[in-house]
Each structure stands twice: as structure tokens, then as C-alpha cells.
Design a protein around this ligand. Sequence first.
Ligand code: ZN
Length: 407
Amino acid sequence: MKADWIIENLNLATMDAGRPGAYGAVHDAALAVADGKIAWLGARSELPAIEAAEMVDGRNGWLTPGLVDCHTHLVYAGDRAGEFDQRCRGLSYEEIARAGGGIQRTVAATRAASEAELLRGAEARLERLRREGVTCVEIKSGYGLELDAELRMLRVARALGERCPVTVRTTLLAAHAVPPEYAARPDDYITLVCEQILPAALDDGLVDAVDVFCEHIAFSPSQCERVFETATRAGLRVKAHAEQLSYQGAARLAARYAALSADHLEYLPESDIALLCEHGVVAVLLPGAWYFLRETRLPPVAAMRAAALPMAVATDLNPGSSPMASLLLAMNQACVLFGLCPEEALAGATRNAARALGLQHAKGVLRPGCDADLVLWDIDHPAELSYAVNLNRPAAVWQEGVHVRFA
Ligand SMILES: [Zn+2]
């Protein structure tokens, strides 16, 4: 057996649900990498005779799968700090929106930005995530809300995946908000999404999945269903921003279309959980938005846990409701605010996040045959990753077996 390199003198948090014990841990372990994949892992005492070009010292740390941020809106222009200031002074979201603020401000700035400008801003935000050990990220469109600008956002997302050592999955979220020119006729905008934007994105190879924002301030379940129907007929998997601010029945709709994930879920009734389980839909929890919007209604985490519904955790990185480029902070918030335990939070940012992107066979676990997306941490226990805020940085990151170097 041959390997490109072997790391030893460390512990593994494999996050492999097929392994017994917390974190699927292997103590005093070794792991071999060949051709960008994990070739072997196990106790160091059982390491077979492998011819390796390089040996790496794990310095008694912990190796986890590369982190997966499965819900971001990190391509955008402008910022909303001015609105934040207004909100802190007591202005309501409605007052801000009436004055031209809110999502429409980001849409206007994004439409006006060149591809190069969008790329520059997004690359800087992505680097923040990567420096914390993120090796795979989902990026949504949804601030263009017209054909050209939506495609531009998706091209930037694809370009990020080519320029940076990170796997990028793109999601078309043209049904994010009703654009101003369609203010009184949202159904006509949905027609534009289904008949022009989605087919064009598909033709250009820019879209891996399709998302909708099902909410009273965005689109109704029947409008979202038209998008799901079009996407499904085109062979694309779907996702939904569901039950964030009110109960719309969006998670049930997502289940009917065997969605990859239903995201937010603060208003999900416990009675809908079984349906998500049945159709393999991952519950993506986004505590950053909950925190930033000072929400009070909690997602039904205890019932999700009892039903063994897979829970993922993501940043929701966006300028309006979650300006937060830290998946480790989202893990901490998931524990403190939503009641996850640290092992669930780490599973949420690895195994279950990969599943929310349809990548469960390649990413999110340490297992032979999976991509060698790896993060080495100088910690005594993996719970530290969810426990501490801004105290943990990777000692080393590998993406598909290649050591990632930061400037
Ligand atoms: Zn979102």
C-alpha cells in the first residue's frame, strides 16, 4: 500500500456515525492520505505497512473533518451597517425598509457591482471562513433578482471554488424576495424565475441546487411549489428557507419534494418532524440570524433530537440578518441559544452539513474513501470547538489532501 502522507500522534474525531463512542473518536491514531482521499485510518498500533512519502506529526492534537458551511449568502455588495445603527437607535425594520433599506438596498448594490467587485468582497469573507477550517461551502444567489445579476452572482461563486482551496456548491435563490419592479405581481416574477432564470443558470452549468424563501414577506407555499416543480423536472434538488418568522407549511412542502434541507425552522411544529425524517430532509439551524434579529421563538431541537432528525449548523452569512463569518461561533450559538451539545454542533458543521449539500459520501466524515478534507486542532477535547469563542484556530488545514497555506 502506498500513501502520499501519513499523520500520526493525534486523536481523530471521525464524526462517523458508524463508529461507536462520542465523536466516533479514535485515540492515539494515524491517518493515511493518497490521491486526495483518506486511504486508511485507525489506531496507530494497527497502522499497516504503508509506503508514505511524508510523515506528519499531529502533536497530540485532534483531527476533524474539514468544516462544511452549508448555508451562506456570501456574494453581495454594500453593507448594512447604517441600518444596524438605525435599528440600535430604535427604528423598526418596516421603517427602515420603507426608507429604501433592507434587502432591497443589498439588491441595488449587488446589481450595480461588477463581477470583479463582487469577487473581491466575497473572497475576503470566504477567507474568514477558511481560516477557521471550512473546506466546503454553499453559496446562494438571491441579491440579483433579475437574470443577469443572478447569473453574475453564481459565476462569482463558481470562480471562488476555482481560485480558492475550497469546495463550493452553488444554490440558485432567485426566489429570495420580490424585486421592486415586480412589487405588485409576485406571480409574474415566479414565472420569470421558472421560465428564464433557472433554465439559463442550468444551461450555463452554474447551479447545484435551488432554494426558496417561503415567508409572508417573501413567497407563498404555492409560489415556492412552482419553483420546486420546475427545479425537480430539471433534475435539481431543492432546499427551503422554512418557518423562520411564521409557520407557512414550507417544511412539509420541502419534504414532499425530498428536499436536501429545510433551513431555520423556528416555527416548525413538532408534528412536522416525522415528515422531514421520512423524506431524508436535513434540518439546518441558523442561530446567527436568530441572535442578530433578537428572535425569541426556538426551533424544536429536543423533538428533532428525539426523532433522530439530522441537524446541521451554518452561518447564514449575509449582510442583513447574519453578518457573521464564523462557523465556530455558529456552533457555539447552537449550543448556548438552541440547546445542542458540542458533539451535535460539530456533527452539524461536518457530517450533517455535508448531507444538506448531498455530499455525504465524500465530505463531513473521516472514513477511508472520503475526501481528505482535514483540520488539525491544538485542543485536548473536541468539545472545545463549540465551547470557546475566538480561542481556537486550526493548527493545519488540508483540502483534498493538499496542505492549505494562508498568507
Ligand atoms: Zn439564508
